[in-house]
Design a protein around this ligand. Structure first.
Ligand code: APR
Length: 232
């Protein structure tokens, strides 16, 4: 199991106090995703959308990594092969736990993007629709997050890495949103072993060779400890 690709979603950050999307009390039970997480919603009401992400940025800054994030950082340090974390999460909890190989396919809440020139920079705590881009001056700034209807980041590179994986692990994601929900099929088709770690069986659970149910803060450290013990 030298080459491991790990996909994760909101479930890995749930115990850090950051809400999930589709569980009871999830963000999409309180907000209309069409209004706050689409380019059309942003065009209609940029103040509402910036406010939504300003609140999420504040939550992110106030949260701390949990035992699942820490275990994945340990895995990256101690595993003799390659570890890549592909996250759908826009928080920075993996980085703060010490992981370095982290690809944010849905962007990062702590970064800002200019829709006019493509420049990216560290987002201030509060973004507003008329903020000028520090590079070109256009008032076209937005959070550097991928909205519904937009293409996730790094797709070509991620798909390549999935085809090279010996093991694909999915943690804390409902398997509801493509293209991430299709990663298990791609990795399995290319010969990878597959494992799901989730509170409950996800929508794509049947595609995995093995599934384990429970909280990420327990399942992930246990899985990492078992894997590292076998590598000795
Ligand atoms: N440990 C493990 N899994 C958990 C935990 C936990 N403590 N708490 C919740 N879960 C599981 C839930 O059972 C659910 O299957 O995490 C999953 C979270 O699913 P979603 O809320 O759908 O979040 P996610 O899969 O990350 O959503 C994908 O949709 O709207 C978007 O862009 C957003 O990146 C996000 C994408």
């Amino acid at each position: 199991m030298r080459n491991i690709v790990i996909l994760n979603g909101a479930g890995i950050s749930a115990e850090s106090g950051l809400g999930t999307f589709r569980d009871q009390d999830g963000l999409w039970t309180k907000y209309d995703l069409e209004e706050v997480a689409t380019p059309q919603g942003f065009a209609r009401n940029p103040t509402l959308v910036q406010g939504f992400y300003n609140a999420r940025r504040a939550n992110c800054r106030g949260a701390s990594p949990n035992a699942a994030h820490t275990a994945l950082a340990r895995l990256e340090t101690e595993h003799p092969g390659e570890i890549l974390v592909v996250t759908q999460n826009i928080d920075d909890l993996h980085e703060r736990a010490g992981s370095r190989a982290v690809w944010h396919m849905h962007g990062e809440i702590l970064r800002a993007l200019c829709a006019a020139c493509g420049h990216r920079w560290d987002a201030p705590d509060e973004m507003a629709p008329d903020d000028p881009c520090p590079a070109c001056g256009a008032a076209s700034t937005r959070p550097d997050v991928v909205w519904f209807g937009e293409v996730p980041y790094l797709m070509e590179e991620i798909c390549y890495r999935l085809t090279q994986a010996d093991l694909f692990v999915s943690i804390g994601t409902s398997g509801n949103v493509y293209p991430a929900a299709g990663f298990v099929e791609l990795a399995r088709g290319a010969g990878a072993a597959t494992l799901e770690l989730n509170l409950e069986p996800s929508d794509t659970a049947s595609a995995f060779a093995e599934t384990r149910q429970g909280k990420a803060s327990q399942l992930v450290p246990d899985w990492v400890a078992g894997l590292l013990a076998r590598a000795d």
